[in-house]
Design a protein around this ligand. Structure first.
Ligand code: HEC
Length: 116
């Protein structure tokens, strides 16, 4: 009985070590943010996409295209989750964007994805 318990707890701890070492380091911020400042599409969101994403997501590049407000807002939730590493981290091959940029994108969605 005792030895079985020992083996079982050993297997359980190995399982947890494996699981936690596989987990992405990036921790999603979206549950912990309070949005106080108004985020502007023209000076914050669009430049962030242009600087970090448009090299691959222009017309003729990878799906989805992210070239204007309509495309960015239509794909907003997918953009937010990929910036947080799910289903795969964007920008592709990293590094992840800094938390400030991800928070701004989250807040822009939260504030109605305005074209401001
Ligand atoms: C180096 C090229 C590259 C860069 C830079 C890049 N992407 Fe991507 N992205 C890809 C490719 C390739 C795919 C398609 C991946 C696939 O289908 O396996 C993709 C897919 C996506 C998807 C769809 C993901 C899905 O599985 O539904 C989203 C959303 C996305 N990218 C957002 C972004 C955002 C936001 C940025 C900038 C922060 C960005 N990407 C930067 C290459 C890139």
């Amino acid at each position: 009985m005792k030895i079985q318990r020992f083996i079982f707890s050993g297997i359980t701890s190995i399982f947890f070590v494996v699981i936690s070492s596989c987990t992405k380091e990036k921790v999603p911020i979206s549950n912990t943010v309070t949005c106080t400042d108004t985020i502007l599409f023209s000076t914050q969101i669009e430049p962030m996409i242009q600087n970090n994403c448009i090299s691959c997501h222009a017309v003729g590049g990878s799906f989805p295209t992210l070239t204007n407000h309509a495309e960015i807002s239509a794909n907003a939730s997918g953009i937010l989750s990929t910036m947080n590493g799910s289903p795969q981290l964007m920008p592709l091959n990293g590094p992840a964007l800094n938390d400030t940029l991800i928070q701004q994108f989250y807040c822009w969605i939260n504030q109605g994805k305005a074209n401001n």
